[in-house]
Design a binder for this molecule. Structure first.
Ligand code: KG4
Ligand code: ZN
Length: 337
């Protein structure tokens, strides 16, 4: 069975064809049209510009995805589309395009939650990964820990009370002059600094919870950078990057460790754009090794937003009979939150 996955929740328009053979997913094409160069001019995603760029790209990339997989619309068993959460105008472009394509061609339409898509990305690499397991979705918009009870059944165990980890990385990177989104550049710079040089507050919330709060950490780092600049004191951006990253990584590891202990989970997966962070990947791999927990992480190319993860999550919804009709609407919020 071939599934077309469509993603347009933020600043990437993506279409992908995933083939399911004997219950195993194979990516036959995965076209990602990134808008990063456009939004970089403004230092962040401009929703209205994002919607327009999705409109310009959506038809072209869908053709490219079908051509790349060597199939036509009549070969599709389903069309899966991200319907929540995200920027409402951006989501509506994908939802309306997928809806038209599905109903004009008599193809079943499956709505997909973006978060479920990110988690699905982990299955491509780790063939042995099966629910139940614990998952951390860490991206520009999310930092949440889920109990994955079944392929399409998630329970949120903890989340951020304010900013997402990706936002926190991007903001500090921006203040240090790195182009948007600076997460990946900060990841590299952190290798050149001392992770113990600066003491920042931990974003792991105190108490018996699995929640995070990144705004205090972000403000503390901004104050450190700005107050030193005002006093004319030179600081090492590499030390800021290393100390800040260490703080984020430690907080995430400590909450993941608590979640593993609370749930007794024997497998753990990470996903989302920030799951590409090399410091986080190795710290979590070490933690899972120490705990004797199976660890799954998507290839870096599948950590960010892409259509393949939506196609696979769509397959799981398809198996449960979760289809949409012409009334399908987009929602800025996830029912999982
Ligand atoms: O999942 P994603 O593509 O979009 C959302 O759903 O938000 O995640 C984008 C986020 C950005 O904040 C970006 O800076 C961050 O992922 N990111 C990274 C790295 N690569 C991407 N953050 C830290 N280290 C990285 N290597
Ligand atoms: Zn995402």
């Amino acid at each position: 069975m071939y599934i077309l996955g469509m993603e347009s929740s933020c600043d990437e328009t993506s279409a992908s064809v995933v083939e399911i053979v004997d219950s195993k997913p194979y990516i036959r094409s995965n076209i990602v049209a990134s808008q990063i160069d456009i939004h970089r001019l403004y230092g962040g995603v401009v929703p209205e510009i994002a919607s327009r760029a999705h409109i310009e790209a959506v038809s072209r990339i869908t053709h490219e995805a079908l051509d790349g997989a060597g199939i036509t619309l009549k070969d599709l068993g389903a069309i899966a589309v991200t319907s929540s959460p995200g920027l409402i105008g951006a989501l509506l472009v994908g939802v309306n395009f997928a809806k038209s394509l599905a109903f004009a061609n008599g193809i079943p339409l499956v709505p997909v939650d973006h978060i479920k898509g990110h988690v699905a990305a982990a299955y491509f690499e780790a063939e042995e990964l099966k629910p139940p397991f614990l998952a951390l979705v860490v991206s520009g918009g999310h930092t949440s820990i889920y109990h994955i009870k079944d392929y399409a059944e998630f329970e949120e165990l903890g989340t951020t009370r304010d900013d997402a980890a990706g936002e926190a990385f991007d903001k500090i990177a921006r203040v240090m002059g790195m182009p948007y989104p600076g997460g990946a550049a900060l990841d590299k710079l952190a290798y050149e600094g001392d992770p113990k040089a600066i003491k920042f507050p931990s974003p792991a919330l105190h108490g018996d919870n699995l929640d995070f709060s990144f705004s205090g950490l972000k403000t503390s780092a901004l104050n450190y950078i700005n107050s030193n600049a005002q006093k004319g004191i030179a600081i090492s951006y590499a030390d800021v990057a290393a100390s800040y990253t260490e703080c984020v990584v430690k907080a995430i590891c400590s909450k993941v460790e608590s979640a593993l202990e609370k749930t007794g989970a024997t497998a753990f997966a990470i996903s989302g754009g920030v799951a590409a962070n090399s410091h986080l990947r190795s710290a979590l791999a070490r933690l899972c090794e120490k705990k004797g927990v199976e660890f799954a992480m998507p290839d870096r190319s599948l950590c960010g937003d892409n259509g393949a993860m939506i196609a696979l999550a769509g397959y799981f919804e398809y198996q449960k009979g979760n289809f949409a009709d012409t009334y399908l609407n987009a929602s800025a919020y996830s029912p999982l939150d």
